[in-house]
Design a protein around this ligand. Structure first.
Ligand code: DGY
Length: 323
């Protein structure tokens, strides 16, 4: 029997591509260009499995092509809000993702954004690189100490818990959080965390607010002008979740008018085309979606996709099936 025909939409770390080549009839995207809607539709017609990633867009329209040969979408990424899950399901296509393996690296980036924003690290580096550093003085680039300040988490999944651990045990930060489901008392006890009864309560109390909720229709523009107005003027907002959880225009205004102190952002609505308003802000630390970008994590993500793929083609239930 011929091996299944697989299309990988973007380049993967070499050990993962090698493992795929060893057992499947693989087509790689050699020049690593983002696939168009038409190319994704052709992939769904021509391949048994398509392995997309978080920067591919698969709305319902992509699935409106026939006949669909694709049986499984093995997503390289834990978030799958870029895939219309209902449309995939309706087309009889299984969807899998890559949870767990990117938890620590993403929590590390959230910590880094918190520290960079609090300590004005990007401003300092820009000053230095522009040749404008005239030497140390007592009032230069004064930031905020994070040790002992309150961290507010919106969402309390794996990545939020990893951040809670790093912030609480590493920086002595008290933790408050909001998540709609009750959190087990032992888990709260582990970080001496308090679960508050609303997003608003967290925004009012926290010195640093970190977003860890999924990018879903329910969370679209969750952090809008009214919510930003509840934050302390000294507070810092960190987003490693999804860009559209924040109303970008409202955040740009709040940062410009110093209604909050700073933001550290790794994700943007409409990325990679971020709102040019962000670029003018000294008090925004901006990273290009680096949350999971370590060699170890990206290899582990690719291997997880392949584990799911192998299980599917052996006729088993893929371990990380989301649809
Ligand atoms: C994911 O896997 O959803 C992340 O955003 C990639 O870093």
């Amino acid at each position: 029997m011929n091996p299944p025909k697989i299309l990988v939409t973007r380049r993967w770390p070499e050990p993962c591509e090698d493992r795929l080549r060893g057992q499947f009839d693989v087509t790689l995207n050699l020049d690593n260009h983002p696939l168009t809607l038409a190319e994704l539709q052709a992939a769904l017609r021509d391949y048994d499995a398509v392995l997309p990633t978080v920067s591919d867009k698969l709305p319902a329209e992509v699935f409106a092509t026939a006949p669909l040969r694709c049986r499984i979408l093995g997503n390289f990424g834990v978030g799958f809000n870029h895939i219309d899950i209902e449309a995939a399901r309706a087309g009889g296509i299984v969807v899998t993702n890559t949870p767990d393996v990117l938890t620590e690296s993403t929590a590390d980036i959230a910590m880094m954004l918190m520290l960079m924003a609090a300590r004005r690290a990007s401003e300092g580096e820009r000053l230095l690189r522009a040749g404008q550093w005239t030497g140390w003085h007592p009032t230069q680039l004064l930031g905020t100490q994070v040790t002992g300040k309150t961290l507010g988490l919106i969402g309390f999944g794996r990545i939020a818990q990893a951040m809670a651990s790093k912030a609480h045990f590493g920086f002595g930060m008290p933790i408050v959080l909001y998540t709609p489901r009750p959190v087990a008392p032992e888990l709260l006890e582990r970080f001496q965390a308090r679960q508050l009864d609303s997003v608003e309560a967290v925004l009012r109390e926290a010195d640093v607010v970190a977003l860890h909720c999924p990018g879903s229709a329910a969370n679209y523009h969750l952090i809008d002008a009214e919510h930003l107005a509840l934050m302390k003027p000294t507070a810092i907002l960190v987003n490693t979740a999804r860009g559209d959880v924040i109303d970008n225009q409202a955040l740009i205004l709040a940062l410009r008018e110093r209604r909050i102190a700073a933001a550290g952002l790794d994700v943007y609505e409409g990325e990679p085309n971020l709102d040019p308003g962000f670029l003018e802000l000294d008090n925004a630390v901006l990273l290009p979606h680096l949350g999971s970008a370590t060699t170890e994590t990206r290899i582990a993500m690719g291997m997880k996709v392949i584990d799911n793929l192998e299980a599917y083609f052996r006729g088993e239930l893929p371990p990380n099936r989301v649809a």
